[in-house]
Design a protein around this ligand. Sequence first.
Ligand code: ADP
Ligand code: MG
Length: 323
Amino acid sequence: PHVVAKIAAGEVIERPSSVVKELVENSIDAGSTRIDIDLEVGGTELIRVADDGHGIEPDDLALAFAQHATSKLTSADDLFAISSMGFRGEALASIAGVGKVTLQSRPPALASGCEVRCDGGDLSAVRPWNGSPGTRVEVRHLFYNVPVRKKFLKSVATELGHVCETVTRLALGNPGLHLVLRHNGKLVYEVPATAGLADRIGLFFGAEVRDTLYEIDSGPGRQRVVGYVADPKCDRGNAKLQYLFVNGRWFRDRSLAHALQESYRGLLMTGRYAVGFLFLTVPPDSVDVNVHPTKAEVRFQENSLVYSLVRATVKARLLRENL
Ligand code: ADP
Ligand code: MG
């Protein structure tokens, strides 16, 4: 109960991409090396995420849908030293409240697995399931019982676009992971495990971005930033290719976006944005990832130090290119 009390407001399932994010994060937390995402009609008809992770024991299967059922926290203090992606224990329960969910899982050590269905909160009996090791979650008819939210969904292309953005962030943040996205049976992205960060950037944003990248590294320290920035001549029009990650998790941060932009002062045409893929590593207890229900924003204990580190590192790298 103590843990629950410290957890903020409910998980937000706004659109298909929110479902994809939560399910893939669960797969990553389960130690998966390959994750397949299948969508139909922008994810409104079907979202299926299949992984090769450690699975769920048959006895725990029904429990996964319980509010605040998380196997990832043991004490309230853990909330401030989080290394797994999920931790609120709300995602599956929230998704099952707004869609028809089938959860199938087989821990690799077992000869067979089990499945359970949850439709709008009603749980079925647990039945045997003969699938390969890992977990498969299928979500059908998202928002079938929440007409208001269904009405706010945009076109298939727009919803697919949101999913693509979510998959991009997950693929950039998890090098080593094999990710496949299909839409209506057609391959959208396949990111092999062997693709490094620069390859992944090339895969999502094209060779014209990849070929202008400079690697950055602030060097070891309490805070460290590594990643890539692009040469100022890399012109993406008014698109904003700025991706920030902290301890492997994507986040949004106006202050650090400003730090990146400031490093390019005088180098860009007006109205253009600096291109950067920045990966911060900070001590887990110095960053609060629990300030936003979807974890899109974080709070750094040493905000101004992190700001200076990013600006100085990028600036120094551009100077080395005589820019
Ligand atoms: P959280 O991720 O915050 O713990 P979720 O509601 O997302 O909560 O998931 C509930 C629980 O179900 C997880 O803690 C985990 O034990 C189990 N689970 C969900 N998805 C998977 C998966 N793909 N592989 C293994 N276990 C899973
Ligand atoms: Mg989760």
